[in-house]
Design a protein around this ligand. Sequence first.
Ligand code: ASN
Ligand code: ZN
Length: 332
Amino acid sequence: LFEWQAVKNGTGNTQYNGQVTLGTAPSYTLTDTTRGNGKTYNLNRGTSGTGTLFSGADDIWGDGTPQNLETAGADAHYGAAETWDYFKNVHGRTGIRGDGVAAYSRVHYGNAYVNAFWQDSCFCMTYGDGAANLKPLTSLDVAAHEMAHGVTAATANLVYSGESGGLNEATSDIFAAGVEFYSNTAADPGDYLVGEKIDIRGNGTPLRYMDKPSRDGSSKDAWYSGIGSIDVHYSSGPANHWFYLLSEGSGAKTVNGVSYDSPTSDGLPVTGIGRDKALQIWFKALTTKFTSTTNYAGARTGTLAVAGELYGTTSAEYKAVAHAWAGINVGS
Ligand code: ASN
Ligand code: ZN
């Protein structure tokens, strides 16, 4: 008639989020029975299959150091749970495909592998251990970024090249910020930075910045004809910048102790409407307006349509959406 599974709460000693509660299954495994049975596996430097499901006798996972192989498992399992909770509680989407089924996570992929990735084929995300800096790619924003690729694939399915590829990447960065602000722990407060915990450059700087994406030396702040031919992790810049402008407005601002200074391409000011509304607009546009070939112009049209539906076409929100697009040189 039904399958009974005891709900367990394990303790994770993570590298990036301190001590957290983890959903586990009896006797014990990293199986989150209250979130679609999401499991976390140890690839133990392998590059295929699932390796072994994390299991142990004490329901305590990791010790906060990367030397303990359970630690990255705890971070990944926590990231999957927070991302699940964010999409469910903020957007009413239960699971990446909205069907209540969890993706699974794999950690310790390969040898000193410096990336993380989502794959539709396995409905899973995978994390490398990083290089000499001993920073596994399992921070919360990276986990949320990868799982958001799953949400994009299940909805608009934005093609991962050209302008739609930049919008695909930006969608992952936008929801990564959404999840991080939703979780907002003392160990990892919400910010408009991507990958600030994993020190991928070895100098303490984040991988990407949303207030002024060109701070990374490669990303673009504004749209231009031809942006579709650069790497999708750089053509995402204008859309990340749009999201920041819509959320917080232009100019200098400090949020959760981090200082930002967001310019506009037209020099005109943008008044922010707050991150929560900006996230609702992007999610609804992604899931009801965008298609696989949506470009920057189409993203403007789609988000304006959504803002009109949610707030009316004479609303401050609608105007802010238009001003934020003008601030990255899209539309007029
Ligand atoms: N970590 C990268 C990303 O999610 C992997 C890739 O290039 N697709 O964007
Ligand atoms: Zn990505």
